[in-house]
Design a protein around this ligand. Structure first.
Ligand SMILES: *[C@@H]1O[C@H](CO)[C@@H](O)[C@H](O)[C@H]1NC(C)=O
Ligand SMILES: *[C@@H]1O[C@H](CO)[C@@H](O)[C@H](O)[C@H]1NC(C)=O
Ligand SMILES: *[C@@H]1O[C@H](CO)[C@@H](O)[C@H](O)[C@H]1NC(C)=O
Length: 243
């Protein structure tokens, strides 16, 4: 996948995998923009490229306050950052996975989702992992207006799925987290690969309503795990032990 940006030379693109789980819409991808650092307008059935940067919380800020996009060269993400680039289909429920066998999230700490240049959007940094805790499950909402990305944010999943399980710790009443010491890449038994569910909201360039967001909201109460049961790997088996 082509990524046109200064940081490609210094940052590695991590292992990435896009698993489209449901709603395979027949239709072609007419979006010619493959860089996460360029602007585009999308319609349903297009692919949409965005990036996720992993780094310390401080490195996403300039002089402590200004929140710049990783695409902005004024934010010189240090060499201790990782960028993953994804291209899901607009308005499909997708699960992105970042495999932790080649990637230690606790070496970075936080992640930010970003796309665009003139119309840049970026999410707030969300905690992923430190030496004590690792959060593995996230929901990212991509909000469009007339096909233009307006907003990226992390949905707080809450702890209802993990309360009462001794494998999990509930962090700030917002995230179910594993103890980092129980992760495979730290000698434990749990595959702490990250799973990021995507939800699309708003309108595409023909003003069609994007509604995978409502499906995720409705399905959450039934546990999204069931949706992803075709992920035949340790990411899902880890959940099936618990739910
Ligand atoms: C950030 O801090 C540096 C060094 O203190 C300073 O030179 C620069 O002007 C500051 N930039 C902004 C946008 O405040
Ligand atoms: C790890 O993060 C948690 C939650 O943000 C925090 O309570 C804890 O103090 C952190 N531990 C370390 C070693 O930084
Ligand atoms: C991560 O990669 C390892 C080695 O390639 C594999 O055994 C494991 O199943 C993968 N985990 C996920 C969640 O894809």
């Amino acid at each position: 996948m082509a990524v046109i940006s200064p940081w490609t030379t210094t940052l590695m693109i991590t292992i990435m995998m896009i698993t489209t789980v449901m709603h395979v819409i027949d239709g072609s991808d007419n979006n010619p923009v493959y860089s996460p650092c360029a602007d585009t307008k999308v319609e349903r059935s297009d692919g949409f490229t965005f990036g996720i940067a992993f780094a310390s919380k401080e490195s996403f800020q300039r002089n402590g306050t200004v929140q710049l996009s990783p695409c902005d060269s004024r934010l010189s993400l240090s060499s201790n950052a990782q960028i993953s680039v994804f291209r899901p289909k607009v308005d499909e429920i997708s699960l992105l996975s970042v495999n932790s066998s080649s990637f230690n999230p606790d070496a970075y700490g936080f992640m930010v989702a970003f796309a665009g240049r003139k119309y840049a959007a970026r999410s707030p940094p969300t905690f992923v992992a430190n030496g004590t805790y690792t959060v593995t499950s996230f929901t990212l909402v991509l909000e469009f207006n007339k096909g233009r990305l307006q907003n990226l944010y992390w949905k707080k999943d809450g702890c209802s799925k993990c309360s009462g399980s001794s494998d999990f710790v509930c962090l700030n009443n917002q995230h179910c987290a594993f103890k980092t010491s129980s992760c495979k890449n730290h000698g434990g038994s749990v595959d702490c690969s990250l799973g990021i569910q995507l939800a699309f909201s708003g309108t595409d360039k023909h003003l069609s309503v994007l509604n995978s967001w409502y499906e995720v909201a409705n399905l959450r109460q039934y546990s999204l795990y069931g949706l992803y049961s075709n992920l035949k790997d340790s990411l899902s088996s880890q959940y099936s032990k618990i739910f």
